[in-house]
Design a protein around this ligand. Structure first.
Ligand SMILES: Nc1ncnc2c1ncn2[C@@H]1O[C@H](COP(=O)(O)OP(=O)(O)OP(=O)(O)O)[C@@H](O)[C@H]1O
Length: 333
């Protein structure tokens, strides 16, 4: 569905040396898959997304979306192609002077759809996003999670084939992050839309992606199935990311449901962490935050579990199936 073939992008800044944001990137996102790209700040993730929706053109190489070479389309064709590529953002990018309904209607108005069709479509999307009763509210009157739901509804308005997610949960607390990720999973399941998301949070990748690519200095340094990459990370940067397994919360101000459950896990080897916690996290709506410890150095990590109490208990029950869990301590032998 999305292909990058030998894509490089450099930016020239006056007389200084050009900045190489992407170098020789090959990437393929299949139809209906959820693909994650992780990397530190400046790795080139946003540039990659901007190339996919045609906001940037590559210095060399080719970007193909749904069979169309995005990088060589004329202005009018590009506008039409962009309608089939939805995008959601970390800071939502909503129109603040428009109501929820008007925000979602906006891309349909731009596409010149008839009024009646717009009304019908927007009603359906608001219903689907659980926002029907907030249709006449303004973005400033909504919570972060609700704002992102408006962003998602707006991105889906023209029935795109691809949804690009730019750090879509980075500004949200752990519980809201879980609900937004769950919603994205459902949308992917129900519509078969392909999702390409960029994030610096491995927990996001762990929760919803099937495959992942790790970027560093404009290059993809490792990629593959999430499970195998997490189990046996080969690049030092990937190891660092996997080791973190960290959810950046809201500046340490945890909601009550994110702060109550802390377990210390004794792991003889790093790969056990993924083996035990990975499947449990994938099948429940929880987030994990590593508080302390390094498996390689201390032999344990302490993990704070966030989410609804029922979901947290479900995760603990699943862990119990694999490890001995005694008074907040899990042992793997
Ligand atoms: N329009 C631009 N002009 C000049 N340099 C740019 C431009 N856009 C990006 N860059 C440079 O390209 C490199 C990659 O930036 P990019 O924003 O793609 O990284 P990123 O991984 O998304 O980082 P972050 O997570 O901080 O957003 C950086 O060195 C950045 O300064």
């Amino acid at each position: 569905m999305i292909q990058l073939r030998k894509v490089s992008k450099s930016f020239s800044l006056g007389d200084s040396q050009p900045v190489q944001a992407l170098a020789d990137v090959d990437l393929e996102v299949q139809k209906g898959e959820i693909f994650g790209i992780v990397g530190r700040s400046g790795a080139g993730k946003s540039t990659l997304l901007r190339l996919v929706n045609g906001l940037e053109t590559p210095t060399s190489g080719e970007v193909v979306v749904d069979g169309q070479v995005i990088s060589s389309l004329g202005e009018r064709e590009l506008r039409a192609a962009r309608m089939k590529i939805g995008m959601i953002f970390q800071h939502f990018n909503l129109l603040w002077s428009r109501t929820v309904r008007e925000n979602v209607a906006f891309p349909l108005e731009v596409a010149g759809r008839p009024k009646q069709e717009i009304r019908h479509k927007v009603d359906g999307l608001l219903e689907r996003m659980g926002l029907a009763d907030r249709a006449e509210a303004y973005p400033a009157q909504l919570s972060g999670g609700q704002k992102q739901r408006v962003g998602i509804a707006r991105a889906l308005a023209n029935d795109p084939r691809v949804l690009l997610c730019d750090e879509a949960t980075s500004a949200l607390d752990p519980e809201t992050t879980s609900s937004i990720l769950e919603l994205l999973k459902e949308i992917n399941r129900d519509t078969g839309i392909s999702l390409l998301l960029i994030t610096h949070e491995m927990s996001v990748v762990q929760s919803i992606c099937r495959r992942v690519a790790v970027m560093d200095e404009g290059r993809i340094v490792e990629s593959g199935d999430v499970e195998s990459v997490f189990r046996q990370p080969s690049h030092p940067l990937t190891r660092q990311f996997v080791r973190q397994l960290r959810v950046e919360g809201t500046g340490g101000q945890d909601s009550p449901s994110h702060g109550n459950t802390v377990i210390r896990c004794d792991f003889p080897r790093w790969d056990q962490v993924w083996k035990v916690l990975g499947p449990a996290v994938s099948s429940s709506r929880v987030t994990l935050r590593t508080l302390d410890g390094e498996v390689d150095e201390t032999g344990w990590i302490s993990v704070q579990i966030g989410g609804e109490p029922g979901e947290v208990n479900r995760l603990l029950d699943q862990i119990r199936g694999h490890v001995e869990l005694v008074e907040g301590k899990a042992h793997v032998s």
